[in-house]
Ligand binder design. Structure first.
Ligand SMILES: *[C@@H]1O[C@H](CO)[C@@H](O)[C@H](O)[C@H]1NC(C)=O
Ligand SMILES: *[C@@H]1O[C@H](CO)[C@@H](O)[C@H](O)[C@H]1NC(C)=O
Ligand SMILES: *[C@@H]1O[C@H](CO)[C@@H](O)[C@H](O)[C@H]1NC(C)=O
Length: 378
């Protein structure tokens, strides 16, 4: 009877059962000094790639508990259907010539990157005293480049020298994880572009701002069609932004974006659409709902965020709604600042349930909409 049950089980099992490819079998040593990079690559090539499965969690590229040093960039090009499972702590050394991205998944499909481990970027060593110019090409942590149906969760990222998580592609999810950085800035949390990506239940915390901080919390880049960000906490950041689009971008296309349930505290800004005056393209159907603010500027659409200020009027921003914005602003800046092109004004900018105390008077330039005092109707 038992043998018949086993025979039956063998028939219904998928061709690949659960396989663990531990980096310790491919040269890694949990001594916080041996480079983890080559072991990741070797375990991937020798153990992960030969497995055929369509279920990512069937094949683990496994970094067990322990301390590891990652000294070289690792690129998983063409990665499909597996799980980078980090249980240990991965540290970046300070190597002045280190650049690029430490972990890149490229042209990938159905990859899960999860914890419970952590990556410690030691970014402060690359920006001593806030000097961002010392190593302008300092390393970034994680990049999904041209990837679809991937997921990153439950891994904690500390203090990247430069950006933490960049996701480019479609139908990817980042959730239930934290990014904790020191106080320098220009180390964005999540930068996302592509279609139908989703970021939820995450927090991004910078150290206390000493200088003006440009650490974006959860930011949407162009091109994007379909993005949802919800249940997000941002502290000491520059908020949840769209853009910037780059100084000469003539193909801006961001649409169907929705942020919901976001708390932004002690930050430089709340939500911004950041454009340069010579950007060309479209930003439309953007919804921000359920924001709580503590001392910062809540809503800012700025066609002249940076650049020479010449109004070419070739970026169209329309159908942006802000609802249920509560909390405290800052006396030096308006709660709502709309600074749009004269040739192509911002259209249908709708507000409801805006209750921000302690801010400067709102300011509207070349924008029309409804729901706050002083905005002209369209
Ligand atoms: C591992 O090495 C890194 C880089 O040298 C260092 O910052 C970190 O404190 C070390 N971690 C442990 C647990 O010793
Ligand atoms: C809003 O987000 C916070 C996390 O920032 C979460 O704790 C809370 O449950 C969320 N609220 C709802 C209604 O989902
Ligand atoms: C606007 O975007 C939302 C998602 O945020 C989507 O459900 C809705 O269909 C879009 N509206 C239009 C007119 O495309």
């Amino acid at each position: 009877m038992l043998s018949r049950v086993l025979a039956l089980a063998a028939l219904v099992l998928p061709s690949t059962a659960f396989i663990t490819c531990s980096v310790l079998s491919y040269g890694a040593v949990a001594d916080n000094s041996t480079d983890l990079g080559p072991a990741l690559t070797k375990a991937w090539n020798s153990c992960v790639i030969p497995q055929a499965t369509t279920v990512a969690t069937d094949v683990l590229l496994y970094v067990p508990a322990g301390n590891y040093l990652l000294k070289t960039n690792v690129v998983f090009n063409g990665a499909k259907n597996w799980n980078l499972h980090i249980a240990g702590n991965i540290y970046l050394p300070y190597i002045p010539t280190l650049t690029g991205t430490m972990l890149t998944f490229q042209n990938c499909q159905n990859i899960l990157l999860n914890g419970p481990g952590a990556i410690f970027g030691n970014g402060y060593r690359y920006r001593p005293g806030g000097d961002l110019g010392l190593h302008p090409s300092r390393p970034r942590l994680i990049r999904f480049q041209d990837c679809n149906n991937c997921e990153i969760t439950a891994v904690t990222l500390y203090d990247a020298p430069q950006f933490h998580v960049t996701i480019i592609g479609n139908n990817n999810v980042a959730h239930n994880m934290a990014i904790i950085a020191t106080n320098i800035g220009t180390t964005d949390g999540f930068d996302i572009s592509g279609n139908n990506n989703y970021v939820h239940d995450v927090s991004v915390e910078n150290g206390e701002c000493l200088s003006s901080s440009l650490l974006s919390c959860v930011t949407v880049k162009t091109p994007t069609n379909g993005f949802v960000g919800e249940n997000i906490r941002c502290k000491f950041t520059s908020g949840c932004n769209i853009g910037s689009f780059g100084s000469a971008n003539t193909a801006v296309d961001v649409r169907n974006v929705r942020y919901n349930n976001v708390t932004i505290s002690n930050s430089d800004a709340g939500v911004m659409i950041k454009a340069y005056p010579n950007n060309v393209g479209t930003v439309t159907n953007i919804t921000y709902t359920g924001f709580t603010f503590v001392t910062m500027q809540p809503a800012d659409i700025n066609a002249f965020w940076m650049g020479d200020g010449v109004d070419t009027g070739k970026l169209s921003i329309s159908d942006v709604s802000f609802s249920n914005f509560v909390g405290t602003g800052t006396p030096t800046r308006p709660a709502v600042l709309l600074n749009c092109n004269k040739a192509t004004p911002c259209k249908n900018i709708k507000f409801s349930g805006i209750s921000i105390s302690g801010a400067k008077a709102n300011s509207f330039t070349n924008a029309c909409g409804s729901g706050v005092t002083g905005i002209p109707a369209c």
